[in-house]
Design a protein around this ligand. Structure first.
Ligand code: KG4
Ligand code: ZN
Length: 361
């Protein structure tokens, strides 16, 4: 069967065609994947403007779907089901994809499968590498999310830890904005950090250890010992504020923000983010006896994160999987994959669902 995937949760309008291979170890193949990025539109504002994003999705969605079908050399007659991102994300953006997918499916008499965006990111790993050795500890780290899942059975995702405030990618984007570097900030900071001294400035790393701090201590539902579960959540807003203060102090002191200074800030910031992500992911993975570690989402493109995760994996004998760039940032192939997984697991077509900004997985 061929599945059409639709993704509009943030600022990318995407459609893709996926085909089943019949091979258990590598169940699907991407036939086409089209992504219309709105980065140019939002760059001017230093971040995604929700209203502009939804309007642009409306303009782009038909053409993006048509191109996905044309690239795959198929027509709608060859499609057996439609998968669409239901949430989480910007509700106006999500609504465009959900309404489009439902209308199309209804008109063509096809099943429509709602997909959680993070299930899509997790399945991008299966698309790229085939089924991972299970159980797998999978970190989804993007502009909107920083969540760690345990996958023990294909298609079952158990939340182990998540950020209590900013997502890692969001911290990258905000730090880049305050350094005047442009949007999205992740790739720019990644590049600049290579020229900087990561020890020149010591930014703080946050560990949420107090049991009464804001959210419930144990997200893992008893999978981790309480003393580990309590400190495994992520937090990046304190780091972001520290970088902001540091930058302001430097400006107030009359020091020009030299290229060298900016590179050192980028390197120091990146070191703290990557250490937090790698330390906690592997700490959880070892407690959970994970046979593999996966890192998905836009920030998985980060060169230091990849290198350090691979080094840590080698040290502990746990293989590390990261998707190629085109599957790590938002795309519809991963949504089609997660949808196909649900469909084959017997999830019936559902017409009652709606876009949900804060959908839980
Ligand atoms: O998965 P994604 O395309 O969208 C969301 O679902 O959020 O992730 C986008 C995020 C942005 O915050 C961007 O700055 C970040 O991924 N990003 C990176 C890198 N490339 C993209 N962050 C750090 N290093 C990179 N090389
Ligand atoms: Zn995403």
């Amino acid at each position: 069967m061929r599945v059409l995937g639709i993704e509009t949760s943030c600022d990318e309008t995407a459609a893709a065609v996926l085909v089943e291979t019949g091979v258990d170890a590598r169940p699907w193949e991407v036939v086409s994947s089209v992504v219309a990025s709105q980065a140019e539109i939002h760059r001017e504002w230093g971040g995604v403007v929700p209203e502009l994003a939804s309007r642009q999705h409306v303009r782009d969605i038909c053409g993006v779907m048509e191109k996905a079908l044309a690239d795959a050399k198929v027509t709608l007659d060859d499609i057996g089901a439609i998968a669409v991102t239901q949430g989480p994300g910007l509700v106006g953006s999500l609504l465009v994809g959900v309404s489009f997918a439902k209308s199309l499916a209804w008109a063509r008499g096809l099943p429509v499968i709602p997909v959680h965006h993070l299930a899509g990111h997790i399945e991008s790993l299966t698309l790229a590498h085939g089924e991972l050795p299970l159980p797998a500890a999978v970190l989804v780290v993007s502009g909107g999310h920083t969540s760690l899942y345990l996958v023990s059975t294909p298609g079952e995702y158990r939340l182990i830890a998540r950020t209590r405030d900013d997502a890692a990618g969001e911290a990258y984007d905000k730090v880049a904005k305050l350094l005047g570097l442009g949007y999205p900030g992740g790739p720019i900071i990644d590049r600049l950090a290579r020229q900087g001294d990561d020890r020149a400035i010591r930014f703080p790393s946050t560990r949420l250890t107090h049991p009464d701090r804001n959210a419930p201590g144990d997200t893992s539902g008893g999978l981790l010992p309480p003393e580990v579960a309590r400190k495994i959540d992520f937090s990046f807003s304190g780091l972001k504020t520290a970088v902001l203060r540091f930058g302001r102090d430097a400006q107030a002191a009359g020091e020009p923000l030299s290229d060298e200074f900016v590179a050192d800030v980028a390197a120091g910031f990146q070191r703290v983010v990557v250490e937090a992500l790698v330390d906690r992911t592997f700490e959880a993975a070892r407690w959970l006896n994970a046979r593999s570690v996966g890192i998905a989402g836009g920030v998985s493109a980060n060169s230091r994160l990849r290198a350090e995760a691979e080094a840590r994996g080698a040290k502990y004998g746990i293989p590390v999987f990261v998707p190629p760039l085109w599957l790590s940032t938002d795309n519809a192939a991963m949504i089609a994959a997660a949808g196909l997984r649900r469909f084959r697991a017997g999830t019936p077509s559902d017409w009652a669902f709606n876009a949900e900004a804060s959908l839980r997985l």
